[in-house]
Design a protein around this ligand. Structure first.
Ligand SMILES: Cc1cc2nc3c(=O)[nH]c(=O)nc-3n(C[C@H](O)[C@H](O)[C@H](O)COP(=O)(O)OP(=O)(O)OC[C@H]3O[C@@H](n4cnc5c(N)ncnc54)[C@H](O)[C@@H]3O)c2cc1C
Length: 329
């Protein structure tokens, strides 16, 4: 039985849904990329079939180089086994020059694309609703009975409860002090008359959204955590977008959300040591689309006793949490 309040969702509902194995200013390979990316491709294709909906869009991504040095470095890396699966092509001179600023050329990355996350979530909740397996209401932890044996909640009985509550975990009243930190992000929606040839990504990404509309993101704000859009974020995204593309655009909307991040930027999986039937799946941070398929499978295997949770994501790495005694009242 799933409990959710979709109208309260300020992370998955806002996400542009991009997945990309080479990220950041330094263009580093995503942690565990060799496992995550094959798994996500299998997962979303399979989900499309089961749910009979389309929300998975594999698409190449183009990152212009910032200097000739960067271009040289990537020419060298392109023959290394660790990078080869993710490199489609390298350009040493500008391409798509009618659309994008790229005087030193750039790199076309494979195993990228985007998931239409709101459509995916709606498809899943429709599927669950047809089977009477979802309730759209707040799950009130204070109404749980017998957390150390089976779990009773209202008319429901269960052997386990899995909390996937994102940044709402911070409002838990039952001593579940997960080290989740809010990382605010803002996006712009823009309209363009011309479709970009690929997903362009340098400083900002431009991801298809609706007919002629694109999501541009995102900002990373740790200090000003106000629950609203800001003029500063709009200016930052607009500026970076002007540096990246030449296609004329109009800003039509702006949005904000909070990513559930952790101090070591790894997800948190597993059970609280004093309440083995209370299970956590959180900390997806900036990469929920690529992390969720692999780590939800890992959690499921562990739940049915056929696999382990790897140490880097296991909740036991936060010693103070795993030895806490008052997890659930
Ligand atoms: C601006 C922005 C852009 C982003 N872009 C990308 C991107 O391009 N690619 C990417 O991979 N990731 C992106 N992310 C990150 C991604 O959104 C997160 O990693 C992911 O959404 C986290 O999912 P989650 O299910 O853990 O949390 P959430 O999406 O927050 O889901 C938690 C759910 O639990 C519900 N809930 C909580 N408590 C209760 C309760 N007591 N009772 C009932 N329901 C409850 C909430 O209502 C919510 O629906 C972006 C995030 C932001 C903010």
């Amino acid at each position: 039985m799933v409990f959710d309040r979709p109208e309260q969702n300020r992370s998955s509902a806002i996400a542009a849904g991009l997945f990309n194995p080479i990220t950041g200013k330094l263009m580093s390979k995503t942690w565990q990329a060799d496992h995550l990316f094959p798994e996500l491709d299998f997962f979303y294709r399979n989900a499309e079939q089961i749910l009979d909906q389309r929300f998975y869009y594999p698409q190449s991504l183009y990152r212009p180089f910032l200097s000739v040095e960067e271009q040289n470095a990537w020419m060298g890396k392109s023959s290394e086994a660790t990078w080869m699966p993710y490199i489609e092509k390298i350009y040493s001179q500008g391409v798509f020059t009618h659309q994008v600023n790229n005087p030193w050329g750039g790199i076309v990355l494979s195993q990228c694309g985007y998931v239409d996350v709101p459509k995916f979530m709606k498809s899943v909740s429709d599927y669950l609703a047809k089977r009477n397996s979802i309730v759209f209401e707040k799950f009130d932890e204070q109404l749980i009975h017998n957390p150390h044996e089976g779990i009773r909640y209202k008319d429901f009985e269960s052997t386990k409860i899995i909390y996937c509550t994102g940044t709402e975990a911070l409002n838990s009243k039952t001593g579940m002090d997960l080290p989740i930190r809010k990382l605010k992000g803002e996006t712009l929606t823009i309209e363009m008359d011309e479709d970009p040839e690929l997903i362009y990504n340098r400083g900002v990404y431009i991801v298809p959204y609706k007919e002629k509309q694109y999501r541009v993101g995102a900002t990373y704000e740790t200090k000003n955590l106000s629950g609203e859009i800001t003029a500063e974020a709009r200016m930052e995204l607009d500026q970076k977008l002007m540096e990246l593309i030449k296609i004329p655009y109009r800003i039509t909307a702006q949005d904000w959300g909070f990513r559930p991040t952790t101090p070591d930027r790894r997800p948190i999986l597993g059970s609280m040591s004093d309440s083995k039937n209370v299970v956590i799946f959180n900390g997806l941070g900036t990469k929920g689309v690529s992390l969720a398929p692999y780590f939800s499978a890992q959690l499921c295997d562990w739940l049915i006793g056929v696999g382990k949770i790897q140490p880097e994501v296991n909740i036991t790495r936060f010693k103070s949490l795993s030895s806490k005694s008052s997890v659930v009242v």
